[in-house]
Design a protein around this ligand. Structure first.
Ligand SMILES: [Zn+2]
Length: 326
């Protein structure tokens, strides 16, 4: 387990502190990514997974926490638009549908999936089988077919998610009676097939794992990029919203929270490119970015975003950028 060996580098008191905040963040490298709760770095010490709960964010819009990434439920007069499908498995699908039924009798008509990790994409197949349109970025479909270190496509311990029924490249709008939603992709970030879903009338955006309450991670084998991630968030910040639903975390957050998150990623990228240009070796780059970022960066650099499993690909990303920036 790569994850275990990385612990050797980290003082015990730091690990103890990160266990708590990290329970929901998929923290594995490569194929281990996105396994959902219980697969984070706090495995073993982590509390049992939280049950699914639905809560109102604004009138007509709810978030469902627990048993995978957060789902967003937008209720209109002709049906429901849903974002993300929870962990792969009949039980999770049934629970999600039952939770939605507690707030509306309207049928689910459209589902957006924010990215390939099974804690978000898990039940695509159940929805398409039920006749629901499932929309995702074309990169997600590619991830399923050819993603991963071996190029054989995304798989998880729970199985392989089914492909979406509709894909798009940059932007995709859905109108359903009195509601609408617009999906966007601004290039690689958390993965190479991320979708953000904007509900313009309510000024709410669902960001999948592009924005999480705990530490983020970039799935390089699935086409993610830390360097482009902050640029993508800059584009997102141009949209009109005051509320952001994170991929993981129990509560809706604000545009200011997204801004702060973007600044951290931008700092990591800029500092990393600057150090790579000077020829600083990859092992030192991580430490130097952490030192320069100070307490504000938390432990993002050593336990989260650039753990051992991702260091090589992060470094390749930096070197490529350092060359073009010369
Ligand atoms: Zn993810």
């Amino acid at each position: 387990m790569l994850r275990r060996s990385s612990f050797a580098l980290i003082p015990a008191f730091v690990l103890a502190a990160t266990f708590v905040g990290n329970a929901q963040a998929p923290a594995g490298g490569a194929q281990g990514q996105g396994q959902g709760q219980g697969q984070g770095q706090g495995r073993g010490n982590a509390p049992p997974p939280a049950p699914m709960e639905i809560k109102q964010v604004k009138p007509g819009l709810y978030m469902v926490t627990g048993m995978g990434g957060n789902s967003t439920v937008r209720v209109g007069n002709q049906g429901i638009i849903l974002v993300d499908t929870k962990n792969l498995g009949d039980q999770f699908y049934n629970d999600l549908v039952a939770k939605i039924k507690t707030v509306s009798d309207q049928p689910i008509k459209h589902v957006f999936v924010t990215h390939v990790h099974q804690d978000h994409s898990g039940n695509i197949g159940k929805f398409t089988a039920a006749g629901v349109e499932v929309i995702a970025h074309e990169g997600l479909k590619r991830n399923l077919e050819t993603g991963g270190p071996k190029g054989t496509g995304y798989e998880s311990a729970a199985g392989k998610p089914a492909p979406p029924s509709v894909t798009y490249a940059k932007q995709h709008k859905v109108t359903l009676g009195n509601i609408s939603a617009v999906a966007y992709n601004f290039g690689p970030g958390h993965t190479g097939g991320d979708t953000f879903v904007h509900f313009p009338d309510l000024r709410v955006i669902s960001l999948g794992d592009h924005f999480v309450a705990a530490q983020p991670n970039s799935d390089y084998p699935m086409g993610g990029s830390i360097l482009n991630w902050s640029k993508s968030l800059n584009e997102i910040l141009k949209l009109d919203f005051d509320t952001a639903i994170p991929g993981h975390g129990d509560n809706p957050l604000t545009k200011a929270d997204v801004q702060a998150f973007q600044k951290k990623l931008e700092f990591i990228g800029n500092k990393g490119v600057e150090l790579a240009k000077k020829g600083v070796p990859k092992e030192e780059i991580r430490q130097q970015i952490q030192a320069a970022g100070g307490a504000e960066l938390g432990m993002w650099m050593v336990t989260g975003i650039i753990n051992d499993a991702r260091l090589d690909m992060f470094y390749a990303d930096l070197q490529a950028a350092a060359k073009t920036a010369k």
